[in-house]
Design a protein around this ligand. Structure first.
Ligand code: C5P
Length: 220
């Protein structure tokens, strides 16, 4: 048993959830947050907010000095998933996410959020490795690129849009390469993360698996 299993009355219980795009980590995080009454932050939205601001103001995506000034102004209480979920914003986010100074500005805000009592769930790419390395519990959620592309495809079609599966698969592979291959805070599992593979597991089963781990840790 490690000494991180318990939150005290003045420290938040922190759950870190990492994984690639469309792995199911977002849904899992929201379900766990609801179940345990913890505050939830989708840290991808913070990178998306920077990308969105640059796109909206016709600013270049490759100017780190400009991007960091925007990153410093991001208000975590004003992140609008509906606005930020656009595909082009996700691409812009993964471009600014390679910039060290942008990451540092956003990580500062994310760490402050992680201290919210009684507990928090942060999901992203580097939560268990960089943002909250002392998290009480860490999950790393994966699924094969084909399964993830299929999920994105269905999501778009179910929302009345049109999409080409092969294009989505190519984008997912490109995003994986960028997120896993960057020098600063690459996407990878923390050594002490619980691995959840949702390739052949529905979200309900993934949720029940994670919930059991959280309950067991809280009961210690
Ligand atoms: O999760 P989401 O697709 O919204 O993230 C958008 C992009 O933001 C990711 O592809 C990744 O490049 C970046 N990101 C990151 N670190 C995080 C969360 C997201 O680099 N903790």
């Amino acid at each position: 048993m490690n000494d991180r299993s318990q939150a005290t009355s003045d420290s938040a219980f922190v759950i870190a959830i990492d994984g690639p795009a469309a792995s199911g980590k977002g849904t899992l995080s929201r379900r766990l947050a609801e179940e345990f009454g913890y505050a939830h932050l989708d840290t991808g939205l913070t990178y998306r907010a920077v990308g969105h601001a640059l796109l909206q103001n016709d600013l270049p995506l490759d100017n780190e000095a400009v991007a960091v000034e925007i990153a410093k102004t991001i208000d975590l209480s004003k992140l609008d998933r509906a606005v930020l979920s656009d595909h082009a914003i996700g691409e812009a986010a993964s471009i600014v996410a390679v910039m060290g100074s942008v990451r540092r500005a956003l990580v500062d805000a994310q760490r402050k959020f992680s201290k919210t009592l009684p507990g928090t769930i942060l999901d992203g790419r580097d939560i268990g490795t960089v943002v909250c390395p002392d998290a009480n519990i860490k999950f790393y959620v994966v699924a094969s690129p084909g399964v993830r592309a299929g999920r994105r495809f269905e999501e778009i079609v179910n929302n009345g849009g049109t999409a080409i599966y092969d294009d989505i698969l190519r984008d997912i592979r490109t995003r994986d390469e960028r997120d896993m291959g960057r020098k600063d805070s690459p996407l990878k599992p923390a050594g002490d993360a619980h691995l959840i593979d949702t390739s052949k597991m529905d979200i309900e089963t993934a949720f029940q698996t994670a919930k059991a781990i959280v309950k067991k840790t809280l009961a210690v």
